[in-house]
Design a protein around this ligand. Sequence first.
Ligand code: ADP
Ligand code: MG
Length: 605
Amino acid sequence: MHKRIHTLDEFVTNQIAAGEVVARPASLVKELVENSLDAGATRIQVQTELGGVKRVLVRDDGGGIEPDDLRLALAPHATSKIDQAGDLLGVSTLGFRGEALASIASVARVAITSRVAGADHGFVLEVHGGQEVSFGPRAHPQGTSVEVLDLFFNTPARRKFLKTERTEHNHVDQVLRRASLGHFDVSFELCQGSGRSPLVLAAGDPERRLGRVLSDAFVTRSVVVDELAGDFRLWGWVGLPTHSRSQADQQYFFVNDRAVHDKLVAHAIRQAYRDVLFHGRQPVFVLYLELSPRSVDVNVHPTKHEVRFRDARSVHDFIFSTLNRALRDVRPGSVPAPLTAVDTPSGLSAGGSGTRPTQASLGLRSTTHMGPPRGGAALAGLSLAEAFAAYATPLAAPIDGRLDVPEAASHVPPLGFALAQLHGVYILAQNDQGLVVVDMHAAHERITYEKLKQQSILNSVPQQRLLVPIAVDVSEREADLLEQVAETIAAIGLVVDRSGPQSLTVREVPALLAGADAQQLLRDVLSDLMEFGSSERIKNSRDDLLATMACHGSVRANRQLSIEEMNSLLREMERTDNAGQCNHGRPTFMLQSMGDLDRLFLRGQ
Ligand code: ADP
Ligand code: MG
């Protein structure tokens, strides 16, 4: 039996679109608020009744809609925001699909009133379930009001899916809070009726708004980030690890003013917090990624919550390295002390946007290029010393190296000879140009990673059998996944088998990582695997896995090294490819030449 094919009429197609765009009152509030923002509003007022099911009103003072365009505004695929397909490659407005108002109008009773600048009065258009009911003049200040009554009145089945008034109310509240973080220069008011106190967010001071939307505690217990690299800028606030939560409910990420949920972004942020956040805790952050609209595709999903980056890898690394550094920089006493009367050298000023002293090319076998200029990370709260200490692991593998003892000055190697270790984090060394500062974790991570890569290319990752196999509790999904890919990861030295529905046993680890915390190592590899999904992609992502593993086997902060150990690390760096940056693109060392230092101290001026 077969059925004939026919084209669906407009009413049905709108209802289908509505299914994607308007799932509940909060989603229509989101669309209407986005329209107001696109119209350049400075003040947006939202009122709801019965959680928005009975009534939603969104009023703005934006540019308004020409009377002749009102019908078009409610028509499907009608928009003022893009003209041609090419414009999809560089969308800079929140809307562009031209389907929100049409969808809403097909499942509710809608009245849209608008007045443009210079007009004597406004006009109103009323549409019930897609059918025009009336059109005519109406008094209205400049701007637009959209009133939506009886959502899903003509689709009772969908109405049943709505939750309690309280739940819908909370969703609307979230939508407004989220939108308000994307636009500090716009004031937002939300009045949800029935005895609830209104939410009023005045335009202006961002930190005041952060306090209202998240909490005052977040403002004091967060680090300000602002980093620029080429086309990318990342700025905002990241909560200290001590301000983490059990839920991922206070995480706001904007890409060019659009709030998005993106797996890649989430992964980069999780990685950045990995060393400082205990398992299962969720960071709190409000971050803004700015990049050319052409570098990001926003036309991925009707709700526009998802985006696709053209250069996903760079975006990931940029976010990771920026946050990783910001979090690492938070240490006791990292509030920079003013340097007497001298102008604060760039890079040292809290919250400033100075640049890091340049990492000179020292003739290493390195493809070193400077990392992004460093924005200041202002310490707003507590110290991280405890968190770092808790993660300090012993130096995994002895760094094979002869003892390099300082000899005649003519033999000074590129990275010089170690002088001391600074707060368990940096190695200070002297070469013939001046002072070399090495981030020992970053350096060791790179060395371990390069070695692992070498070994795995040769298909000979030396493994070390654990004397006592380590059992790790995981979810059933993780255990299933691991079973499927056990062979692939065994090839890179991690031998794990399933020991129960929800448990895995680590039997062997790469010899280079013998000292690492095997349980944490497996957890992180699993989190990568979950991210990659298919086993095909896992094969292609071998280097990512190796990088994750290398991070574990590497010297952590607060590990005391002897001068000999430091020197052998320096020699090892000189022998390693890409030693100028860690696996995440962070620099591993920098040089302050005597000239740099002289300038700092105004010598000879
Ligand atoms: P989109 O936002 O994707 O263009 P919509 O269906 O949400 O599609 O809106 C259709 C058009 O109606 C918009 O392109 C815009 O021109 C106009 N419009 C909607 N809301 C407003 C508003 N609050 N102020 C001014 N113009 C608006
Ligand atoms: Mg829109």
